[in-house]
Design a protein around this ligand. Structure first.
Ligand code: ADP
Length: 173
């Protein structure tokens, strides 16, 4: 069964950017793959959910469920979602026989400077409550399978690390 590759990290850490790069590389190698973008899925599959601990966990468990449907059909899945709670990440790991946790790690000051979606600015202006890293917790993974330090690495380097983990897992019976 192909793996579920789960990218966790703060908003603006680089999850979507790395997924796009890895998707391009998988396509080049003719690997069937799907990208589950946490923001998009939340909008369409989880409009009933907010940002409490329970709702955030429910949100990622739904993404994980969709990921499972896809891997059963021989599709490699890349999922990008903040996934701030260790409990949720543990439950997702247990749900998938082949799982790669990627910690997309950059200091929050860097993420805030990048602010690709303008969310930090809105949070600082008091327009968003419960924002991960500022007014809501992020429990950093203690032993991720891959760590991408996007404040030091290029997108290509981060992409190469994730690709190496996928190829290594795929090589195992
Ligand atoms: P997220 O999906 O985690 O919210 P995005 O991928 O949307 O974050 O934004 C990350 C920003 O950081 C982009 O503007 C990207 O160009 C930049 N960036 C710089 N270095 C890296 C890297 N090594 N990996 C990923 N993104 C990087």
């Amino acid at each position: 069964m192909p793996p579920v590759v789960w990218l966790t990290g703060l908003s603006g850490s680089g999850k979507t950017t790395i997924c796009n790069a890895v998707m391009r590389e998988l396509k080049r190698r003719a690997v069937r793959a799907a990208f589950l973008d946490g923001d998009e899925i939340r909008k369409h599959l989880c409009p009933d959910l907010g940002y409490t601990r329970a709702d955030r966990i429910q949100n990622v468990l739904r993404i994980s469920y969709v990921a499972g449907l896809l891997t059963q059909q021989e599709v490699t899945v890349l999922a990008a979602a903040i996934t701030p709670y260790e409990e949720a990440r543990q439950r997702i790991r247990e749900a998938h026989p082949r799982f790669i946790e990627v910690f997309v790690n950059a200091p929050i000051e860097i993420c805030e400077t990048r602010d690709p979606k303008g969310l930090y600015k809105k949070t600082r202006a008091g327009l968003i409550e419960h924002f991960t890293g500022i007014s809501d917790p992020y429990e950093a993974p203690q032993s991720p399978d891959v760590e991408c330090r996007t404040d030091h690495e290029t997108v290509e380097e981060s992409c190469a690390k994730v690709m190496a983990a996928i190829l290594e897992l795929n090589a195992k019976k």
